[in-house]
Design a protein. Structure first.
Length: 354
């Protein structure tokens, strides 16, 4: 996606034409009182806005563990939590349990101790089948009994052993984004069935590779949502491999794509305010530079002096006005850093009347 225009103001842009006289001269008597703005001290921030997409983190696929006929699939948008069925094959439920180790072997009494046993026991306890069960890496007789109780509750044969045709381990609850098969399909083991994501909201940005320096991992950003509201965010990853965009139909000679981009992912500070819209367009404002503890005025307060350089018109509390020369520093957010010995925070400067 294309980067938006930066807030950075080009030096001299919007600068007023100098009034009669130069630095140090008072404004002509009887001149109308100008509108004023305050000289403030603080951080001056330069930002850039880029397009992003509001989506969900951690997209992945779920494949069938055993052959058969698909008899049930969840609808897109459904949230599957621990203990619920991800899908059914031959009317046998394949249940989601939380864990990070894939179920790569059949778990039964006599198997070697391991972390997959521990996560099974932890899940069984969380689902209310932990009576007499110690959560450890050993598949005990108590583990087998807990498995049988769980199997009975889910309409499965009470074998006391668990394999991938009964359970799929995933780290947390998932949101279904789409189906890769249909109810009634005959499938083989390993056939993709579902596309799922986590339920954590994120923003994805395809940032121009030439703008990669604008995004820093850990940096704070502001995200404008489709409804106009804003939420804070933090950059969690910045891609290091540039990808060439596919050319739009009719956009040019065959084989010529758009500008290369890198992936930028942003975690939201309050995902609850984002609604349930997936793939929604958002605007991401990134901080690109910061000058700390400087004096600044609105850019339109600058005056181009006859003798060269810039000045501002100081408006004293009694209404007297005088033009003083300043040096300019950073620009950002419609303001400009000003440097000069005669300046202090709280002073009023003239600005064009709106």
């Amino acid at each position: 996606m294309a980067a938006g225009a930066a807030v950075l103001v080009v030096a001299g842009a919007g600068v007023a034409v100098a009034r009669a006289g130069g630095a140090g001269e008072a404004a002509p008597a009887g001149s109308p009182a100008p509108a004023t703005a305050e000289v403030t001290r603080g951080d001056l921030v330069d930002t850039t806005s880029v397009d992003g997409t509001l989506t969900y983190a951690g997209e992945r696929g779920v494949a069938a563990a055993a052959p058969g006929t698909v008899t049930r699939l969840p609808a897109p948008g459904a949230v599957i939590r621990q203990g619920a069925a991800l899908y059914e094959v031959d009317r046998r439920r394949v249940v989601l349990m939380y864990g990070t180790v894939p179920l790569y072997r059949t778990l039964r009494q006599g198997v070697e101790d391991g972390p997959d046993v521990r996560q099974l026991e932890r899940a069984l306890r969380a689902l209310g089948h932990g009576r007499g069960l110690t959560v450890d890496a050993h598949f005990s007789a108590a583990t087998a009994e807990a498995v049988r109780r769980w199997q009975g509750d889910n309409g499965l044969a009470k074998t006391g052993s668990v394999d991938a045709a009964q359970v799929t381990f995933l780290p947390a609850q998932v949101r279904v984004t789409g189906a890769k098969a249909a109810v009634g399909d005959r499938i083989g083991a390993g056939r993709p069935l579902l596309a799922v994501t986590s339920t954590r909201r994120v923003v994805h940005v395809d940032l121009k590779a030439s703008d990669q320096h604008l995004a820093r991992k850990g940096a704070s950003v502001t995200v404008e949502l489709p409804d106009g509201g804003t939420v804070p965010g933090r950059i969690t990853s910045v891609g290091t491999v540039a990808e060439k965009a596919e050319p739009a139909q009719g956009s040019g000679p065959s084989g010529q794509g758009g500008e290369a981009t890198v992936d930028v992912d942003i975690r939201l500070g309050d995902g609850r305010r984002t609604g349930r819209l997936d793939q929604g367009p958002v605007m991401v404002t990134m901080e690109t530079a910061r000058r700390r503890n400087v004096l600044s005025v609105p850019v339109e307060a600058l005056l181009a002096l006859r003798e060269g350089g810039y000045g501002v018109e100081i408006v004293d509390p009694g209404g007297a006005r005088r033009v003083v020369g300043v040096r300019t520093g950073a620009y950002g957010g419609g303001r400009v850093e000003i440097i000069g010995s005669a300046l202090s925070s709280g002073m009023k400067v003239g600005v064009p009347a709106r």
